[in-house]
Ligand binder design. Structure first.
Ligand code: HEC
Ligand code: HEC
Ligand code: HEC
Length: 122
């Protein structure tokens, strides 16, 4: 009985949505353009970065907070701010290359958020 209860608890933990994860999960930006993905798992698990390489100097621990900055755009990235602090072609691939690596686009954004794939034409 005890192990049955335990596996039930484990199963409910595993099925928690990614954004309930305290290591940050996936963040899907929609301003100024829809469909930019930031993945904690790519940066922490795969690239092996520490939390403090981004928090709190570059980013707050609050999804989408940075979108309130009017300069959260490609120009700022190319000048070494935000993602561009690392995506400079040395530490990580340049923000002026591989557009589709960061830009999942409107369809990918809608799919990831479970909104279906229909994209409004206006
Ligand atoms: C490569 C950069 C980077 C690294 C490394 C990183 N984060 Fe983040 N984290 C971000 C970004 C970007 C955001 C979103 C900030 C925003 O949108 O304003 C974020 C947001 C968060 C959030 C808020 C999520 C939410 O849904 O509100 C938490 C919690 C968080 N990070 C925890 C961590 C922890 C814990 C680590 C280390 C294990 C870590 N982060 C490592 C970039 C990073
Ligand atoms: C502290 C440094 C740092 C910051 C800040 C950072 N990245 Fe990265 N990122 C890396 C490194 C290192 C890699 C892995 C090496 C590479 O792919 O060039 C990476 C890889 C990626 C990848 C490829 C992931 C994969 O699985 O192939 C994407 C997409 C990406 N970053 C997007 C972003 C976005 C969007 C932001 C800003 C919200 C951001 N990164 C901020 C360091 C950073
Ligand atoms: C390292 C990740 C990354 C790469 C690579 C990247 N972008 Fe972006 N892009 C962003 C982020 C972050 C934003 C701001 C958030 C948003 O608009 O959702 C953004 C916003 C934009 C915007 C709207 C804001 C502006 O500056 O006009 C355009 C247009 C854009 N990107 C085009 C491109 C093109 C074209 C490429 C390839 C040459 C590219 N991006 C490569 C991360 C990236």
């Amino acid at each position: 009985m005890k192990s049955l209860a335990l596996s039930f608890i484990l199963a409910s933990l595993i099925s928690m949505p990614v954004w309930a994860d305290d290591s940050g999960g996936d963040i899907h930006y929609d301003t100024p353009v829809i469909g930019v993905l930031f993945s904690h798992s790519s940066h922490v698990d795969e690239a092996g970065l520490d939390c403090d390489s981004c928090h709190d100097d570059l980013f707050e621990m609050e999804a989408l907070a940075v979108q309130k900055q009017p300069d959260f755009n490609m120009l700022a990235l190319s000048e070494g701010r935000y993602c561009g602090a690392c995506h400079d072609g040395e530490m990580a691939f340049s923000s002026s290359s591989r557009c589709a690596s960061c830009h999942e686009g409107a369809i990918g954004y809608r799919r990831a958020l479970g909104l279906g794939e229909q994209v409004s034409s206006h």
